[in-house]
Design a binder for this molecule. Structure first.
Ligand code: PLP
Length: 391
């Protein structure tokens, strides 16, 4: 067992940043931000400061940030047929998603399954833009507008979608675009003001903030989804319930750090490349998924013939290295990757995901090398024993 652990699972949840921890602790004693007294106004300031910092991360206006309990709630709020423009109702008659989206988008939110169209991805994980354009061209606007939702960067492969092109296609079709920027925010610059998306989905814990808080960021609040949670009118009526102040304050601090951290992406990409070089050196027949596409600097997703990802993940864990196999579900069980399947790679023996961050350095990379060497040596031993038994 390694003396210290190497945490290489940032896409599941990035470690809490010290500045986010401090902001969470400082906000624990805050009063109700809806109260008009001095204490309430101080609490309100914490929320508005965080709103400003999160808006800055994606170049939005602070008043265009709506806090939620995470990206999953943000997706469930946005992915609905029922929208409002002022007092008028607006209908979205069909949702278009990609096969490689996160389950919170792939599930279609509040759309009935029959009103969800899934667009395929190619072997590199890029959405089929022709198929999307074709589907949107066939959309009958008499029943309502088309709503398109797609991830900016994939949580398993790190593959980055051509969101600019997708936005053009959606705009030309008179549709509305929701971009799940959970994995891309803080790792790639995002500018919602430049027509990148109509609505963004963000999550605090992927950028070093606390879990259980996220946001919807809108380019314009003229048209908004019918709220998922109704009640006391918080968040301008878009999301009721007393705000999760410690979570929001921590999210704001993490967003501030993430904006500065965008400068570190080259160094992170070098570390990711070192990890991939180790994989190729120790397992020359390994396949790295999405390697031909533009990817997040921090992510690599690979399969090694003969090595079962779930078993290897346990061996890595015992060797002190935390990484993911396939995609980790909330229950902790690991299933076949729907992303790999969508990319046409079949189920196979699954794949391992290494996702890193600013704190990843030479020690973690060496721990990865030693653990992978152990996994491969055991596999070679098993194959040899199998052959001897058969002979
Ligand atoms: N979207 C993507 C791309 C994700 O990777 C995740 C989390 O893994 C989510 C959405 C859901 O985020 P949350 O945990 O905040 O609900």
């Amino acid at each position: 067992m390694a003396a210290t652990r190497a945490y290489l699972d940032y896409n599941a949840s990035a470690p809490l940043l010290p500045e986010a921890r401090a902001a969470v602790v400082a906000a624990l004693d805050a009063a109700n931000p809806s109260s008009v007294h001095t204490e309430g106004r101080a609490a309100r300031r914490l929320i508005e400061d965080a709103r400003r910092d999160i808006a800055r991360l994606v170049n939005a206006k602070p008043e265009h940030v709506v806090f939620t309990s995470g990206a999953t709630e943000a997706a469930s709020t946005l992915l609905t047929p029922d929208w409002q423009m002022g007092r008028g109702a607006v209908r979205m008659s069909r949702l278009y998603v990609s096969e490689a989206d996160h389950p919170c988008v792939l599930g279609g939110g509040r759309f009935p399954a029959a009103q969800v169209t899934r667009v395929g991805v190619d072997r590199d994980g890029i959405a089929d833009l022709d198929a999307l354009a074709k589907a949107l061209a066939a959309h009958d606007k008499a029943d309502g507008l088309p709503l398109v939702a797609i991830h900016a960067a994939n949580n398993e492969t790190g593959v980055i979608q051509p969101v600019g092109r997708i936005a053009e296609i959606v705009k030309a079709a008179g549709g509305v675009l929701v971009v799940d920027a959970v994995q891309a925010a803080g790792r790639n610059p995002i500018d919602i003001s430049a027509g990148y998306a109509d609505y963004l989905i963000l999550s605090s814990h992927k950028i070093g903030g606390p879990k259980g808080v996220g946001a919807i960021v809108v380019q314009s609040d003229l048209m908004m989804p019918k709220p998922l949670i109704n009640g006391g009118g918080q968040e301008k009526g878009h999301r009721a319930g007393t705000e999760n102040l410690p979570g929001i304050a921590g999210f704001g601090a993490a967003a501030r750090a993430a904006l500065v951290g965008l400068d570190d992406m080259e160094a992170i990409a070098r570390h990711r490349d070192e990890i991939e070089a180790i994989v190729r050196e120790l397992a020359p027949d390994a396949e790295i998924f999405g390697a031909a596409a533009s990817r997040l600097a921090n992510t690599t997703f690979f399969a090694i013939p003969g090595i079962k990802a779930e078993t290897a993940q346990i061996a890595f864990d015992l060797a002190g290295v935390a990484l993911s196999a396939g995609s980790a579900c909330s229950s902790g069980k690991v299933g076949p990757s729907h992303v790999l399947k969508a990319m046409g790679h079949g189920d196979g023996l699954g794949a391992l995901r290494v996702s890193i961050g600013r704190a990843t350095g030479a020690e973690e990379i060496e721990a990865f090398r030693a653990a992978l060497a152990g996994v491969i040596a055991r596999q070679v031993g098993r194959e040899k024993a199998g052959k001897e038994k058969a002979a």
